[in-house]
Design a protein around this ligand. Structure first.
Ligand SMILES: Cc1ncc(COP(=O)(O)O)c(C=O)c1O
Length: 461
């Protein structure tokens, strides 16, 4: 057989195999839909970790037997699993669980547009203004013509100032200025993971991590924590969740929504696990200015596969400026920069100069104010006999509703009718329907009024 004939034969065989794979995948999807229908009828959760582990185990064994790269077979399997979950969740119509703090915020905004006055205790946006010198920086950028495209990574002056602020021998080439902390997180996901890779997130969690994973076809594995365990993650379980496809662990401390800060011992263990398995740690530290005790940045561990994310939104009250940053090894920053170049070119130059000015101001006053407000909320919730963990930092408290209270969504809808917006607990994970998140981003008298309405709504039956 000539080389040309050999090539044609191989190509034809490959075509047939590919067609077979597609037919088998289609058959799998049909079966998955049928399973989804039965689950809906029996009111069973779509996710079943045990079944998933069994499938994973058997595919791993098979891959080894036939000499297939187990990392690749794991990714293929994850793509199939993600698609099955999507199909089955579509069937179950998770209407209520889709109502996050942002959903409530949007509803509250609509009510305001119709003339109602709403007490906003759902949103993570400080009510006080940015530092005063930001105002003069904004005026100055016009006169000095600082309104052009910049280096994608951000203007050198700002990157140098950020590097100086975070310390830990970070240099400006390890810094990327992003459009909010959110974009640093998104670009880290997009640049460091492939579809079918796995990421571990600790719940309750800010929903954007799951959204980023869903967006790029990565599989998110959830390590749940509970109020009973004081929101402390079980490190043994975390290790058990790590597979050959796990590429990233997301940490967020001080945490949104619980206000928890990881104990240093646990932090150390997680970093050590990540090092052992060569996994990235994405450490979302946007609330680090509001850390009241015992906070240690991931940067202090000097781990070359860590990405620290922070922002000017919270500590400097600059949400609308959309300036955040990522700090990591130079190669990681280069990859994140490519994502930002493709999507944004750069963060708006006037906003970068505003952020530079903000760094000269201390967020100390804001921190004191936030702590005082959180204390006011804690005291009231204690009087209402609600269980919660006293926050170590952040801008929120995450109390558990009483057993006889309706679920979170029913309660937050009732509260909206009473002109108070509060975030449902399930927006931070499906298993937190008995929680709500109270945000401290309002003046004291407004918080007190809102909390009184919450109390009346909860105890009026
Ligand atoms: C945990 C967490 N990370 C990141 C962000 C992103 O903030 P920004 O994009 O405004 O910097 C938020 C915003 O609420 C958050 O709660």
């Amino acid at each position: 057989m000539s080389s040309k004939e050999g090539l044609d034969k191989l190509r034809s065989e490959m075509r047939n195999i590919t067609a077979n794979i597609i037919c088998q995948v289609q058959r799998r999807m049909e079966l998955s839909k049928q399973i989804g229908e039965i689950k809906t009828k029996l009111n069973i959760d779509v996710m079943d970790e045990k079944v998933e582990q069994e499938v994973r185990g058997s595919i791993l064994k098979l891959s080894k037997e036939i000499g297939m790269d187990t990392e690749f077979s794991g990714r293929l399997l994850n793509i199939l699993l993600i698609e099955s979950v999507r199909l089955q969740q579509k069937k179950q119509q998770y209407n209520n669980s889709q109502l996050t703090h942002l959903g409530i915020f949007m509803k509250a905004k609509q009510l305001e547009a119709s003339g109602k006055k709403i007490i906003h205790m759902e949103v993570g946006e400080p009510d006080y203004p940015p530092p005063k010198n930001v105002k003069s920086a904004l005026a100055q950028v016009y006169d000095s013509g600082q309104y052009h495209y910049t280096e994608t990574k951000g203007i050198p002056k700002l990157r140098q100032a950020i590097a100086k602020k975070v310390g830990n021998s970070i240099t400006d080439d390890q810094v990327i200025v992003t459009a909010g902390g959110r974009f640093a997180i998104f670009s880290a996901f997009i640049s460091l993971m492939k579809s079918g890779d796995e990421v571990i997130s600790i719940e309750p969690a800010w929903p954007a991590y799951k959204d980023c994973a869903d967006f790029m076809g990565a599989k998110i594995n959830i390590l749940k924590t509970t109020l009973d365990q004081q929101w402390v993650p079980n490190i043994k379980k975390l290790e058990e969740m790590i597979s050959a496809n796990t590429k990233m662990i997301v940490l967020n401390y001080p945490n949104n929504p619980t206000g928890k800060i990881l104990k240093q011992n646990d932090h150390k263990k997680i970093v050590s696990l990540a090092k052992d398995y060569g996994i990235y740690i994405l450490s979302d530290e946007v609330y680090s200015d509001y850390a009241f005790n015992g906070f240690k940045s991931i940067l202090e561990y000097n781990y070359d596969k860590s990405i620290m994310v922070s922002s000017f939104s919270k500590g400097h009250a600059m949400t609308g400026f959309r300036v955040g940053y990522g700090i990591a090894d130079k190669d990681i920053i280069t990859k994140m920069t490519k994502v930002q170049a493709t999507i944004l070119t750069s963060v708006a130059e006037p906003m970068q100069y505003s952020a530079l000015a903000a760094l000269e101001a201390s967020p100390h006053k804001n921190i004191k104010l936030m702590k005082k407000r959180l204390d006011i909320i804690s005291n009231k919730l204690r009087k209402m006999s609600l269980a919660f963990v006293e926050p170590d930092g952040g801008m929120y408290i995450y109390p558990q509703l009483k057993d006889d209270t309706e679920d979170d969504i029913t309660l937050v809808k009732k509260l909206l009718d009473l002109n108070v917006a509060i975030a449902p607990g399930s927006g931070f994970g499906d298993s937190y329907r008995q929680f709500i998140r109270v945000s401290a981003c309002q003046p004291e008298h407004v918080l007190e009024k809102g909390l009184n309405i919450l109390e009346a709504a909860m105890f009026s039956g």
